[in-house]
Design a protein around this ligand. Sequence first.
Ligand SMILES: [Zn+2]
Ligand SMILES: [Zn+2]
Length: 86
Amino acid sequence: MRKPGGVLILTTNDGRQEETDTFTCAHCNKIVPVRPFQRPEDIGGRCGGCGGLICPDCVSRGTCDPIEEKLARAEAAYHARRSYGI
Ligand SMILES: [Zn+2]
Ligand SMILES: [Zn+2]
């Protein structure tokens, strides 16, 4: 597994602060904490479409829907609304 994307400080149940590695879901942009020695398939998975690491929610959706395309769609909708004067 390649190096995850960042570090997140989690507060544990007994109030300690713990650093945990994270990755950003390639589909919904969610920050997903990664426990040491977890395999990618335990924390989500790798998308067969775009090859990015994705969160369990997106794995269960079973489709490739990268965040870049969502943003592009949102922007297109925004410009469409503006051109209608709404
Ligand atoms: Zn996701
Ligand atoms: Zn994908």
